[in-house]
Design a protein around this ligand. Structure first.
Ligand code: HEM
Length: 454
């Protein structure tokens, strides 16, 4: 009985693991590195803390770096890749060039993580955790970061130029770009709250100060005292283009809800920020975040988890980069296999899926057969082949760990001419014999209904 139960349990468990493993393997998980790199979160925490001691603005820069990574073909660490002579990555795309910062901080943390857990943690996971740390260490909310992302094998300057939002775009365009990443209008409003820390270069908002939309005048919605301060920081000459102004003039280094209070009082820095007050749906959200900081904190964490899940690579996809800036050599063998699929079957990438499904089906069929054998039922349904009876008759003594007395000789009447093979005769005979042994009081559990097949 115990033998049968454990046999069937193992098979069911095995089948379940085989069936479920592709799904469980492909997902982000809070405990992904719990065994393989238990100190990961501490290492990132210390790395970010050291960087902020050196440069408080780095919190804003790490947060933005994470956004620019995820927004271009998903969170895959592509923004971290260096250009080479044959490859142009995202670092020098227009929204990033001389603008995104923090690469050396991620490289330093990656080196520390590699010393503790070599070839285990992806650059994109390090960047994602660093962004959370940056917010938290600036006084903002804490949220749990699910991990298990893998680094992409490439990057695209063109995609970065096309997909990243511009401060000169209307709100509808920005919302459409977010929607294409699975982020809704609420996420636009909540994530824009990241502009509660950090700086912008004058050229990103200068036309609001001197020549708003070709009018020759400043943006009429801009608060007048902010306007005159900004004119001092960014005079109307080209050489002021790269000067910096805080995105949140009141608390530039504190991650709070002041950004929304600024928008309510017409003191948003970027046109795209202030535009949130121009649509009744987004303005309502801005108003409530300006009044309820706790609500903003809570929603910001939730939207950051969403942002951090955009287009992630998991399982066997991508790689774990050793150095975050280095692109791996191209993998030619995979290309050959893909061509073969396309040429012969016309199914492209569904070939492997079909193969996996076939293996699962075969394993399932084997599991069902063994399961039925274990439960003592006949395989073919003709009452002839009682496998378990046969096993118990032949090997009962080995299974129970003792030597049974030899079975008594079968009565003549039970030997039927319909049985065609010697083994089958032995099985029927032994089953009869076993019943007799049981009747004689020898301890063995046997269900007559299974062995006779009636
Ligand atoms: C909604 C569309 C967005 C637009 C149009 C936008 C645009 C900009 C621009 C123009 C800058 C200044 C860059 C420079 O002058 O070099 C900036 C800075 C920044 N952005 Fe955004 N952004 C957007 C959304 C986001 C989101 C979703 C996040 C993060 C979740 C974010 C985080 C930041 C941070 C923290 C900075 C300051 C960076 C620093 O000081 O180094 N932005 N953004």
């Amino acid at each position: 009985m115990v033998f049968r139960l454990s046999c069937c349990l193992s098979i069911s468990l095995f089948s379940l693991i085989i069936f479920l493993s592709p799904f469980a393997y492909g997902q982000l998980d809070y405990g992904f590195y719990a065994m393989s790199c238990p100190n990961l979160f501490l290492i990132v925490q210390f790395g970010v803390s050291a960087a902020l001691k050196n440069d408080t603005r780095m919190a804003a820069s790490l947060l933005r770096l994470h956004f620019h990574d995820c927004f271009v073909n998903g969170c895959d660490g592509s923004v971290l890749l260096d250009d080479t002579k044959d490859f142009e990555g995202e670092k020098n795309a227009f929204p990033n060039r001389n603008s995104v910062r923090g690469f050396e901080v991620i490289d330093k943390i990656k080196a520390d993580v590699e010393s503790a857990c070599p070839s285990t943690v992806s650059c994109v996971d390090i960047l994602t955790i660093a962004a959370r740390e940056a917010v938290f260490q600036s006084g903002g909310p804490f949220w749990y970061v699910p991990v298990g992302r893998r680094d992409g094998l490439t990057a695209s300057k063109k995609a970065a130029n096309e997909q990243l939002p511009s401060p000169f775009e209307p709100l509808e365009n920005i919302t459409a770009k977010f929607a294409s990443k699975g982020l809704d209008m609420n996420d636009v409003v909540v994530l824009s709250g990241a502009h509660t820390i950090g700086y912008a270069q004058c050229f990103t908002f200068k036309r609001r100060l001197f020549d708003f939309k070709g009018s020759g005048n400043p943006d009429p919605t801009l608060d007048s005292s902010l306007l005159s301060n900004l004119k001092t920081t960014c005079p109307n000459v080209d050489k002021s283009n790269n000067m910096l102004a805080p995105l949140d003039t009141t608390t530039s280094y504190m991650f709070d809800n002041a950004y929304y209070k600024n928008l309510v009082s017409n003191s948003g820095l970027l046109e795209s920020d202030q535009a949130l007050m121009g649509d009744p749906r987004t303005a309502a959200m801005v108003n409530s975040y300006s009044m309820y900081p706790f609500l903003f904190s809570q929603d910001f964490g939730a939207s950051m988890v969403k942002l951090g899940s955009v287009g992630v690579l998991t399982g066997q996809a991508g790689e774990i980069r050793k150095k975050c800036g280095s692109q791996p050599p191209p993998p030619p063998p995979i290309e050959v296999i893909e061509q073969a699929y396309t040429a012969h079957s016309g199914h492209g990438s569904i070939g492997p899926v079909i193969a996996v499904l076939a293996v699962i089906t075969i394993l399932g069929a084997i599991a069902v057969m063994i399961g039925r054998l274990c439960s003592g039922r006949r395989i073919m349904g003709h009452g002839q082949y009682d496998f378990e009876g046969w096993v118990e008759a032949k090997c009962g003594s080995c299974i129970n760990g003792r030597v049974d007395p030899p079975p008594p000789h079968p009565p003549q009447s039970s030997s039927s001419g319909a049985v065609g093979s010697g083994d089958a005769v032995a099985a029927v005979v032994s089953a009869e014999a076993l019943r007799e042994v049981k009747d004689e009081g020898v301890t063995r559990q046997h269900n007559p209904s299974e062995s006779t097949g009636s």
